[in-house]
Design a protein around this ligand. Structure first.
Ligand code: ATP
Length: 869
């Protein structure tokens, strides 16, 4: 059978029954029914049932199951039932949390699913790539990921990186010519493109020949890394910590068990005591709380226009100390509007042009021909710089589509931020005219003549100086300048960038891209938060400096440096001087990576924005790679750990504030869990050392640790952002969460809880009834931990942050208190939970004792934690 690569493009189109207008809706729908969706089958997801079963693999749960079994053997059926119920409830809670967290992460993934540009009904539309069908015409541009296999129909300097299939990292030049050999490798099929590869350069039109599992990558899909998201450093740390702690505690419990037996205590009692201690100490909810808080946090961030692609980014965000940001579209609005034009030797405001002057008209027409953007029904598609040109033309009755149809394009060298130029060849009145537009500093050296209304003449040094002076003038006002030049070329001449020389200059078009309203405040907030904002742009130094000054990034123009000056610095020199520069102009994407590295070598955590295909390496090098959601290429998005839906700088600053809060909230939730556990351990140890009766039955600790403790912990994790978060300096990424200060706090807060509980226990013992004593100890421990939930909300006093500002903590508290009282008061539960009835006086005492740790904690915070305002 002849393969697609052996046939001509027209033959393949005929076979697949497609015209250059693309499929129509009916046809596309019919084909969808035949071929299905363009998706790769993913490895089987863990079912909810499997997640539920997975909950029983936990060390703590295993200990409990053993305890339940032993109780059963000893005839204590009631204990067995209670333990089993609590264990099952805990497993259900764990499963719900797990599934919820997975769902919210899946939702995030759906937000970033790839989009394809497709010709349908003779119109260019954007489509989720899963809706591509065989026979669709895909339009490819630099930075696009290819999501189906296909035969090239058109190729303009199209280069594709196929490393995911072939391992070859150098981009392959593609062409449309048929290749007559059969049985050749993928790498040799130069007229085919493959799913999983991406466009590094140029443009192309592709006829889809295979989708989903039929694509080459689909055939090897089982080799793809479908591994789930890796755990974040914090999660891994906590897992390790949890494991060590569990092991240590199990050993201690064994030791205490042996000592007890040795002392002559009954086997059952000693066993239950050891189990109690294990249950009290193992922080069961630790890792799952982190997952939940991270998952909720990312959802909140998505609502605020920042999509987290890699969970670890949430943690590192709080440590970001430098933001390297693009200018265009991120700090500015990316809504370019032409302000002034330099043509025919004079500067003319945009609304004073005269279309009857041939050169003035020619400047506008050539600018339209050397652009791809279109504006139809007030909808703009394409590069904002070019949209400004289209709008200028419209003002003078020049319609871009009409003009492009009148002077058809024969060839092109697409815009590339490396060269800062773009060229096309158009057929104009039987001549082939090459038009080049781009940055003046690049273009001027390629110009030899200039055109005015009096004719074409050699460009003198004086002319050059004048043009440069005008350019400087425009730039000083923050305008972006495009120069336009042209020359006649031989018909059908294949052009590449080496043809961009001996050009005839026509004029300059200067456009305004105002700073975003929010930029100034966001920059100020960054500086306040100890974060250095740095502008990196492909634009002219003077333009960049003007904008940077307007938004407060730069004070002294000496803080701006240009790409070529940067090139002259060695890595060492750059590292030494990097703190002196806040604006980098005329920078190529390759230089961005040097800037990131220089900051990182200085010990900083760097967030870097990017949109182009060449930004990938810098985005990967940065600690937080931030891709643009609107103007960003798929390649940039793929390399990033966060995507800005609105391309807005202030969204990064908000994300950092969220990142800081989420980290603090997780830390506080952990503090809450560990200090509560510590309290319980201290009481148990106290009783052991003094040879007192067991203060808690295992069910008591089960009830607290597995049921009433999780909700307040989650509620603490959901604490709203504190306005003062952005007054702190960035957190040192190398400081471990569980450091000395943190551990000391855990112990001190644990001691406070333990003191209250021990007092209640001793008073209970003085009644002579051990059941009353343990009931009082249990109730005080449970209640004081619930009240302690309010302490753990912040390092500041609850009165400084607002008593009711986190409603979840109140909800968790109320549910906890109600459950506790149900256990104490409902006759059915009192026996099951081994509690004795308490007198009102005893209850009142317990309430007061439970508030004691809270009061001491708040008193300390009010007096010693200085509130920053
Ligand atoms: P950043 O987004 O990083 O702030 P930028 O978008 O301003 O940078 P580029 O898009 O690389 O940077 O543009 C650099 C220069 O290239 C511009 O100053 C302009 O002169 C020229 N330029 C921009 N867009 C085009 C285009 N579509 N065609 C030709 N030249 C262009």
């Amino acid at each position: 059978m002849t393969e697609y690569h052996q046939q001509s493009a027209t033959e393949v189109m005929k076979i697949l029954n497609v015209t250059t207008q693309g499929l129509n809706d009916d046809d596309a729908q019919r084909r969808q029914q035949i071929y299905g969706y363009n998706v790769l089958e993913e490895g089987k997801k863990t079912s909810t049932w499997a997640v539920f079963i997975g909950q029983f693999k936990d060390l703590l749960v295993i200990i409990l199951l053993v305890a339940a079994f032993v109780s059963f053997l000893l005839g204590e059926v009631e204990s067995t039932i209670v333990i089993m119920i609590v264990v099952i409830l805990n497993a259900i809670l764990g499963t719900v949390q797990h599934v919820k967290a997975e769902q919210s992460l899946d939702n995030l993934k759906a937000l970033t699913s790839p989009i394809a540009k497709v010709m349908r009904n003779n119109q260019l539309i954007e489509l989720p790539s899963e809706e591509i069908v065989v026979g669709d015409l895909l339009v490819l541009e630099a930075g696009d990921y290819i999501n189906a296999d296909g035969r090239l129909i058109e190729s303009h300097n199209l280069h594709i990186n196929e490393s995911s299939l072939t391992g070859e990292s150098i981009a392959v030049a593609k062409s449309t010519e048929p290749i007559h050999h059969s049985n050749i490798t993928i790498a040799d099929k130069k007229n085919m493109v493959y799913s999983g590869s991406f466009v590094t350069n140029g443009r192309g039109l592709v006829l889809v020949t295979a989708i989903g599992m039929q694509t080459e990558i689909g055939k090897i899909a089982h080799l793809l890394d479908t591994a789930k998201e890796k755990k974040t450093p914090l999660q891994m740390n906590l897992d390790q910590f949890g494991e060590k702690l569990a092991l240590g505690i199990t050993l201690i419990c064994l030791a205490i068990f042996t000592i007890d037996l040795f002392r002559g205590r009954a086997l059952v009692e000693s066993f239950m005591f050891a189990v109690s201690l294990a249950v009290a100490a193992i922080p069961e909810a630790l890792s799952s709380i982190v997952t939940i808080v991270l998952a909720f946090g990312t959802q909140k961030m998505a609502k605020e226009n920042a999509i987290i692609r890699k969970l670890y980014a949430v943690e590192s965000l709080g440590s970001v100390s430098v933001i390297c940001s693009d200018k265009t579209g991120t700090l500015t609005e990316n809504k370019m509007v032409v302000q002034e034009v330099f043509v025919d030797q004079k500067k003319i405001p945009y609304d004073w042009l005269n279309p009857t002057n041939t050169v003035e008209k020619e400047l506008m027409v050539k600018a339209l021909l050397c652009s791809d953007a279109v504006e139809r029904d007030q909808k703009e598609i394409g590069d904002p710089t070019e949209i400004a040109l289209v709008k200028l033309g419209k003002q003078y009755g020049l319609d871009e589509i009409q003009i492009r149809a009148q002077y058809p394009r024969q060839a092109e060298v697409p815009f590339d931020s490396e060269r800062k130029l773009m060229s096309t060849v158009n057929q104009m009145d039987k001549q082939s005219i090459m038009i080049t537009k781009g940055a003046l500093d690049v273009l001027l050296s390629k110009v030899t003549k200039m055109k005015t209304s009096t004719g074409i003449f050699e460009m003198t040094a004086q002319h050059r100086q004048k043009i440069e002076a005008v350019n400087r003038d425009f730039s000083r006002n923050g305008l972006r300048v495009l120069a336009i030049a042209y020359k006649e070329v031989a018909p059908q001449q294949i052009i590449n960038n080496s043809a961009e020389r001996d050009l005839i200059f026509i004029g300059l078009i200067a456009m305004m891209d105002p700073p975003r309203k929010e930029s100034k405040a966001a920059v100020a907030s960054c500086i306040d938060a100890g974060i250095k904002p740095v502008m990196i742009t492909g634009d002219h130094k003077i333009t960049a400096t003007a904008i940077a000054q307007q938004i407060g990034i730069l004070q002294d123009p000496a803080e701006a440096i240009e790409g070529h000056a940067l090139e002259a610095l060695t890595d060492r020199e750059l590292q030494e001087k990097v703190q002196d520069y806040t604006v980098y102009a005329r920078v190529t994407p390759a230089q961005k990576i040097r800037i990131v590295k220089a900051w990182q070598d200085k010990g900083h955590v760097v967030a870097m924005t990017g949109d182009g295909v060449n930004d990938g390496p810098a985005l990967k090098q940065a600690d937080i790679g931030v891709a643009m959601g609107v103007t960003g290429t798929e390649v940039a998005k793929d390399a990033s750990s966060m995507i800005l839906i609105d391309d807005n700088f202030s969204t990064i600053v908000k994300a950092i504030a969220n990142g800081r809060s989420i980290y603090t909230n997780i830390k506080n939730a952990i503090l809450f869990l560990l200090s509560g556990n510590a309290g319980a351990i201290f009481v148990v140890l106290y009783a052991t050392v003094l040879g007192l009766p067991v203060p808690f039955a295992p069910v008591h600790l089960l009830f607290i640790n597995l049921l009433t403790d999780s909700l307040p912990a989650i509620a603490i994790g959901l604490e709203p952002n504190n306005k003062k978060t952005m007054k702190d300096k960035p957190r040192n990424i190398h400081t471990p969460l569980l450091n000395k200060a943190f551990t000391t706090q855990v112990v001190l807060e644990g001691i406070l809880i333990a003191i209250s509980t021990i007092i209640a226990f001793q008073i209970g013992l003085s009644t002579g009834d051990t059941l009353t004593a343990s009931t009082m100890a249990f109730t005080t421990l449970c209640l004081s931990r619930l009240v302690h939930g309010f302490n753990s909300r912040s390092k500041e006093s609850i009165f400084a942050i607002g008593v009711f500002s986190n409603k979840y903590t109140w909800l968790a508290f109320l549910i906890g208190v109600l459950s506790l009282h149900a256990v104490l008061l409902m006759p059915m539960l009192t026996t099951v939970f081994e509690v004795a009835p308490l007198t009102t006086a005893q209850l009142a005492l317990i309430y007061s004792l439970s508030v004691l740790p809270f009061l001491v904690n708040q008193w300390y915070k009010l007096l010693f934690v200085r509130s920053r305002s």
